[in-house]
Design a protein around this ligand. Structure first.
Ligand code: ADE
Ligand code: ZN
Length: 349
């Protein structure tokens, strides 16, 4: 186990920003900044319920997950053409590269778009082209994870998988998102089994607002490899032991948890307890355009709000982000070596 060199606490924010990291929980539709929503609405002749960027931003006062999702799906309605999906993903990847993100595994919600008559091909080709260009132009690696909307039926998820079948070479895995309460993972048992047979990697949102039982069933029924959010695991000691023992990563999103009132105050966030219990926790942005910041804002704000978090924790979180990624092992190790080098360099200067 690598022990990072001592870093003065006042240098922690700069270190958090500069250290290489992977982002494993970002909904690309949640990276649509209000300015881009208005620009795309104008370009595509889509009517919005808000008459200015400021009015839209003022509506970002969420009380829970559903109050956010209603606005998030409305924002995504401006996306119609392949170029729109390209522009959105390319803008996110440019910001990600600036935040020392070496690798991003990007969620997208095709049912939000296909339900409006946008073809699956349009969505996936636009996103994939942005990933290819960002690798060539910015040196950032990325892959795509198709998320099924859990408030819709499993039949709808099967139809979505069918539409995506010709495009699976561009998709590394599948996930499960949207309204959690009342839509337990087992609702999607058959479609996840099919995806597993197809060789897709599996993740699911569980234990964001929902109970620890949803994390158990995401693991046991869906057989997912990572849990998105998972912060409710702390209420179940047996589950905590299992997550630690099996090294199941949690993709934690501190600013999202705060804005959606999973924790009333960021200082109450349980990231430190998850790490201290030996869980493979990571820090991610979820929907950065809606929750007040990208991945480095998540790092710096949660470290400021929870002063028990140390430079060792920073290294562990970044190390975990590479360990838990779906990139090839040699690549993950190369990134982890770069991470250690960045800590050594930081300690010297
Ligand atoms: N879709 C976008 N963000 C989400 C979140 N935080 N939880 C569930 N579904 C989502
Ligand atoms: Zn999410």
């Amino acid at each position: 186990m690598y022990t990072p060199p001592p870093i003065a606490p006042e240098r922690l924010p700069a270190l958090l920003a500069a250290m290489p990291k992977a982002e494993l929980h970002i909904h690309i539709e949640g990276s649509l900044e209000p300015e881009m929503i208005f620009a795309l609405a104008r370009r595509n002749g889509v009517d919005l319920a808000y008459d200015s960027v400021e009015a839209l931003r003022r509506a970002y006062a969420f009380t829970d997950l559903q109050s956010f999702l209603d606005i998030y799906y409305a924002g995504a309605s401006v996306l119609l053409h392949e170029q729109d999906f390209y522009d959105m993903a390319r803008a996110y990847l440019a910001r990600a590269a600036m935040q020392a993100i070496a690798h991003a595994e990007i969620f997208f919600d095709p049912q939000t778009h296909t339900a409006r008559g946008v073809a699956m091909d349009t969505v996936v080709r636009g996103l994939h082209r942005a990933c290819v260009d960002a690798q060539a132009q910015l040196g950032i690696s990325s892959s795509l994870i198709l998320c099924f909307l859990r408030h819709l039926s499993e039949e709808d998820a099967f139809a979505t998988l069918e539409q995506a079948t010709p495009l699976l070479e561009h998709i590394i895995g599948v996930g499960l998102d949207s309204s959690e309460l009342g839509h337990p993972p087992e609702k999607f048992a058959r479609v996840f089994a099919r995806c597993r047979k197809l060789g897709l990697r599996l993740v699911a949102h569980a234990g964001e607002e929902g109970p620890p039982a949803y994390i158990w069933s995401a693991l046991d029924v869906l057989k997912v490899e990572r849990i998105d959010h998972g912060v409710q695991a702390l209420h179940d000691a047996a589950l905590m032991q299992r997550l630690a023992r099996e090294r199941i990563a949690l993709t934690v999103c501190p600013l999202s948890n705060h804005k959606l009132r999973v924790f009333q105050d960021l200082s109450q966030h349980n990231l430190k307890q998850l790490l201290d219990a030996g869980l493979v926790a990571t820090v991610n942005s979820d929907d950065p355009a809606y929750f007040g910041g990208y991945v480095n804002d998540n790092f710096t704000q949660v470290f400021a709000a929870v002063p028990q978090l140390t430079a060792q924790d920073a290294w562990q979180l970044a190390h975990n982000s590479f360990a838990a990624s779906f990139a090839p092992e040699a690549q993950r190790r190369a990134w982890q070596d770069r991470l250690a080098e960045s800590f050594e360099t930081f300690a010297r200067v």
